[in-house]
Design a binder for this molecule. Structure first.
Ligand SMILES: C[S@@+](CC[C@H](N)C(=O)[O-])C[C@H]1O[C@@H](n2cnc3c(N)ncnc32)[C@H](O)[C@@H]1O
Length: 396
């Protein structure tokens, strides 16, 4: 993994070994300050490090946590890191070398077995790197793929503008990024926007808009026409949304702070409301392996209560005949099926809205569920896992 040549920083100094930088980051990562946040903070300080060096450090940190169940008892973090690299290399060569029982035992924490069925295909997918997906502007997927080095246009039926990126270049420096021609957005997240299926001229509410990943997609699908209320309880996230909206030339939105309480930010009745709720993020465990070892069952249970409240509160804002969509990038029963059941049991004005995702085939439709729900597993697309449910408010 490490080059034997002495490598130099962009300012002419020596670069430290990847393993020692990675070991420092691994040792300082905690539940409150996860590895990806530590990486971001460190990279923001070290502008003299090249994108390639930063990429190697990130990969090393994530390799360590991906193989943590196997290496956690090593004498030092650096020896654990070396073992993790060896395991990653042998798994890449022959994934079957790791037996199903070892995966169940070591790839995930024990508590998750009570919340997610431990399919071998899911566990196996967690041990490799996830894909990097871009979302091009509506109708521009193939054109963007041609422009970007090493990008490959994906053909996923419902996701015509998803572009799979295999390259090494720093996409944030590319002219296409600065021109607002694409966003980095996971394929499963793109699926949420596609299933919302908003029409130009409609009025939507993205109730947990965060930094605007899905708001931007909804706006693009609406051809910048109509209006989207984008709310979040974190105003710093909405500030980022505004910067992204400016770059994407998205104008049909209004950003407002909303704390998730029963008092809604507007009296408007919407054609559609999306609740992309805060969740435990178990669906991102392939992309973010440190989270496997910091997320707890208590987090899951607490988040499920917040999700139930958010759904109940926003449902009041859906107009008769309008859509309500719930999405979470997690796969736990408490935050998916149980939230849906709770909503179905607590009201009579919404009916399940069937969702169709042709590329996933018919295996989904055989599941018995009280509502129209879709599961996307990391192994389906090589991206995040996601759960989506939708309802329509009955016309009065
Ligand atoms: C999954 S993230 C949203 C991601 C965003 N939709 C996107 O696609 O980029 C969940 C968001 O919910 C917000 N949030 C957390 N608790 C909330 C609450 N009680 N009320 C409203 N928003 C909340 C968080 O600040 C976070 O931005």
């Amino acid at each position: 993994m490490e080059s034997k040549n002495i490598r130099i920083t962009q300012r002419g100094g020596d670069l430290p070994p990847v393993s020692s930088v990675a070991a420092d980051i691994i040792s300082s990562a905690t539940h409150e300050r996860p590895a990806d946040a530590v990486l971001r903070e460190m990279f923001a300080r070290r502008r003299d490090w090249s994108a390639q060096f930063k990429g190697e450090v990130s990969a090393a940190v994530f390799d360590y946590f991906r193989w943590y169940g196997w290496v956690k008892d090593e004498a030092t973090v650096e020896s654990g890191l070396r073992r993790a690299w060896k395991l990653a290399a042998s798994f890449a060569e022959n994934p079957d070398a790791i037996l199903p029982e070892a995966l169940k035992d070591k790839a995930v924490p024990a508590w998750i077995g009570g919340e997610v069925e431990l399919h071998d295909s899911w566990l196996r997918s967690l041990q490799s790197k996830s894909h990097l997906w871009l979302r091009a502007k509506k109708g521009q997927g193939r054109a963007l793929a041609k422009k970007l080095e090493a990008a490959k246009a994906a053909t996923l039926g419902l996701l015509p503008d998803a572009v799979l990126f295999h390259g090494e270049e720093d996409l944030f420096q590319s002219p296409e990024f600065h021109a607002g021609e694409f966003e980095i957005q996971d394929a499963a997240s793109q699926m949420v926007g596609m299933l919302c299926d908003p029409k130009p001229g409609e009025t939507w509410w993205d109730a947990c808009a965060g930094e605007g990943g899905k708001t931007l997609h909804l706006s693009d699908l609406m051809e910048n026409r109509g209006l989207i209320w984008a709310s979040d309880r974190a105003d710093w996230r909405l500030a980022k949304l505004k910067r992204r909206a400016a770059r994407a030339k998205m104008f049909n939105y209004r950003a407002v702070v909303w704390d998730g309480g029963v008092k809604l930010p507007t009296k408007t009745k919407f054609d559609g409301v999306l609740v992309d709720a805060p969740c435990s993020g178990v669906g991102t465990w392939q992309r973010n392996p440190h989270a496997r070892w910091t997320t707890t069952l208590t987090d899951v249970k607490e988040l499920a209560e917040i999700q139930k409240r958010l759904l109940a509160h926003v449902s009041a804002a859906v107009k008769p005949g309008g859509k309500l969509v719930y999405s979470v990038c997690t796969l736990t029963r408490s935050e998916t099926e149980d939230v849906v059941k709770n909503f179905n049991d607590s009201q009579t004005v919404f009916e399940p809205l069937p969702l169709r995702m042709s590329f996933l085939g018919e295996k989904e439709s055989s599941r018995e569920n009280p509502a129209a729900v879709k599961w996307i597993w990391p192994q389906d697309l090589g991206g995040n896992g996601m759960f989506i449910a939708a309802w329509r408010r009955k016309a009065v």
